[in-house]
Design a protein around this ligand. Structure first.
Ligand code: FES
Ligand SMILES: [Fe+2]
Length: 347
């Protein structure tokens, strides 16, 4: 399960939800970084059927996800404005409305109260997170005043969605998890992959493009990628998408790795695959291949997990030859944090 009830969830004003980047020792934080702004995956679209209500965590708070009968997905802050019932515990979708279990006030997709069985309404509104669906994921925006600071992750193609997905919760910060993409030294040192040659680490606004070439297959899982140039895009700190063309057998793999800040120093990771042999149809063969590649990828990611779970974020790491991508990544990542209010005093 992604979430449970959090009785400690506080009503933090939206404007305060993205705080200073630096460690605030007085707050007793165990991690040096605050929550970044961005679009973060809360579920696969397939998990959120019409009429479904799900509970998720995002940046230290519960989020209630629901899909109306007409099919639109919504993410709201969890507590009913009438008397504070948690809509993720017994809330129901009726038509286009989300109905609170306590006194059955119904809330329309714009957050306004649409009525109750006796015809009464309240002025209070449900507060929505902006939501976007792309490539079979439901993303919600977190940060700033609640208005998205950049566009949602781009789709790799119409009708594209993962057919296999693995997820786990890490004791790690989302920035450190996504940093794995540009940490080329660990590919050989930790994963035993000596054949990956970095070619490009290139920031482009809120996106970061990377490219690497696989020369020889020194690990079994890497054999199909021999000779491939693998391009990846980080869409903010929360979504990595990669398209890989494999020559033998001839197929196209789509890989997504999403990282969602769920609580202080805790990240929900999802690794997902879709596979295309020829066209874009979802066939049994495509599903089986996606499942096999997912198993192989998860084997590799499991090698990272104990590192992430015990790593401490260093603001001033001692980087060396081969770590250049990390420097580029860290400078790019600063854009996702509000400046610290005391940064002038620090200077
Ligand atoms: S608390 Fe939700 S309707 Fe009363
Ligand atoms: Fe790794």
């Amino acid at each position: 399960m992604d979430v449970g009830t959090d009785h400690r969830a506080r009503a933090v004003p939206a404007s305060a939800r993205t705080g200073p980047r630096r460690r605030r020792a007085a707050a007793g934080r165990e991690h040096a970084l605050d929550y970044p702004s961005g679009w973060f995956a809360l579920a696969l679209s397939s998990e959120l059927a019409r009429g479904a209500v799900l509970r998720r965590r995002l940046a230290g708070e519960d989020v209630v996800l629901y899909r109306t009968r007409s099919g639109s997905a919504h993410a709201v802050r969890p507590h009913c404005p009438h008397l504070g019932a948690h809509l993720g515990h017994g809330g129901k979708v009726e038509g286009e409305d989300l109905v609170c279990p306590f006194h059955r006030f119904a809330f329309a997709p714009d957050g306004s109260c649409a009525g109750a069985p006796d015809g009464a309404v309240i002025r209070g509104r449900l507060e929505h997170h902006p939501v976007a669906e792309s490539d079979g994921f439901v993303f919600a925006w977190h940060g700033g005043d609640g208005t998205p600071g950049f566009e949602p992750p781009r789709s790799l193609g119409a009708d594209l969605a993962p057919t296999s997905c693995w997820t786990t919760r890490l004791r790690a910060h989302v920035q450190d998890v996504s940093e794995n993409l540009v940490d080329y030294r660990h590919l050989s040192a930790l994963h035993g992959l000596r054949s990956a040659e970095p070619l490009v680490v290139e920031p482009d606004g809120h996106r970061l493009h990377t490219q690497m070439r696989m020369s020889v297959a020194d690990r079994r899982w890497a054999r199909p990628f021999t000779g491939s140039e693998i391009s990846s895009w980080l869409e903010g700190l929360g979504c990595l998408r990669t398209k890989i063309r494999v020559s033998r057998p001839r197929l196209t793999l789509h890989l997504w790795i999403t990282a969602t800040p769920v609580d202080p120093g805790r990240t929900r990771v999802r690794v997902a695959f879709a596979c295309m042999i020829g066209g874009r149809r979802v066939t049994l063969a495509n599903k089986v291949l996606a499942w096999i590649f997912l198993r192989l990828a998860v084997k590799v990611v499991r090698e990272d997990v104990p590192i992430w779970n015990h790593q401490r974020h260093l603001d001033h790491p001692h980087l060396t030859h081969g770590d250049e991508g990390i420097g580029v990544y860290r400078r790019w990542a600063r854009r996702f944090y509000a400046p610290a209010p005391d940064s002038a005093a620090d200077a």
